[in-house]
Write a protein that binds this ligand. Structure first.
Ligand SMILES: [Ca+2]
Length: 325
């Protein structure tokens, strides 16, 4: 049965989720969080764009949306000619999985059908959104976001990318960079470094990022994977998780922290740095310069809030579970 979270659409945050689903497993958990917020009517999910350049990512996402009851209600865009086509571990086995004789991911869309360019879909969705209304979340490489802000006027908007996001996006929320002592190039930053540098240098509005160190502080408990999603094999999240690594393992919650920071109303789990400017150097190392007029912030988690953070993320990931099959 298809689901449409149609009520109170105008009163809740308008959200676009950009993900490199198909790489690390935390994207699947973050996707489940976003869908649960949408299902619960707490957000209006306008669309999802994929920055993972493997075509099976489209099939996985489309199948996952159908498994979750959303059918064709949520537009999908894909990063054509992206930087990371590697297959990695869970796309193929998840797409091949079945439960009680039915495909677990009953996809209909693939890149050979009519899946638009990620940046083009972003332009379309932003053009029709109210001014200053969109929370734009990106938890992967910034290829789609970079292409968006470098785009020119088109059939959707007379504005160029910079002016379009300045008008429509309330805040850009990222999982990107690393703050604190001994920083190293963070994976999302370095995998498409030109795109990352373009976004940090040219994004015209507010930008909040969750650095590598935040998600790394909060391991997702494997017990939740084992216990909260029904019988093993009945949910694509658990099939993907168990194919990404050797169970039992507790994966850091990098992408989940971005979703929680962006979408949890009045969240006081994380605190924020002072305002400033984030710069990525030519090696992909993150540098932060505080300044009162700066538009960038990064999030901070106090050591004594770690357990609270784990519980909060698990609660949102498992909100709809177990599904009735
Ligand atoms: Ca990711």
């Amino acid at each position: 049965m298809c689901t449409c979270a149609c009520s109170q659409k105008a009163q809740v945050p308008q959200v676009i989720f950009d993900t490199d689903l198909g790489g690390d497993i935390d994207d699947v958990l973050a996707l489940e969080m976003v869908l649960n917020y949408h299902y619960g009517g707490q957000i209006n999910l306008l669309g999802i764009t994929l920055s993972k350049a493997n075509p099976m990512a489209v099939q996985f996402l489309d199948g996952y949306l159908r498994f979750s009851g959303f059918c064709d209600n949520i537009p999908i865009g894909w990063v054509y000619n992206g930087v990371s086509p590697e297959e990695f571990y869970y796309l193929r086995p998840s797409l091949a999985a079945s439960y009680k004789g039915k495909a677990l991911l009953p996809y209909k869309k693939g890149v050979e059908t009519t899946v638009p360019e990620g940046w083009k879909l972003l332009r379309k969705l932003l053009a029709s959104a109210p001014d200053n209304s969109v929370e734009l979340l990106s938890v992967g490489m910034l290829t789609n976001i970079s292409r968006l802000i470098e785009s020119g006027p088109d059939e959707y908007s007379r504005l160029n990318g910079i002016d379009l996001v300045a008008d429509k996006v309330h805040c850009l929320h990222l999982m990107n960079g690393m703050f604190g002592e001994n920083p190293f190039p963070e994976s999302n930053t370095i995998t498409d470094l030109p795109a990352s540098r373009t976004v940090f240098e040219q994004w015209p509005g507010k930008l909040v990022t969750s650095g590598w160190e935040i998600g790394n502080m909060i391991p997702y408990p494997h017990e939740s994977i084992e216990n909260d999603f029904g019988e093993y094999g009945s949910h694509p999240l658990t099939v993907a998780y168990c194919n990404w690594g050797q169970m039992p393992y507790d994966r850091p919650t990098w992408d989940l922290t971005t979703v929680y920071e962006a979408l949890e109303p009045k969240q006081n789990l994380f605190s924020y740095s002072e305002p400033g400017t984030i710069i990525l150097d030519e090696l992909g190392i993150t540098h932060f310069s505080p300044s009162p007029e700066g538009k960038h912030k990064y999030i901070i988690l106090d050591e004594d809030k770690k357990e609270e953070a784990i519980a909060a993320l698990v609660k949102q990931v498992t909100k709809r579970q177990p599904l009735k099959m």
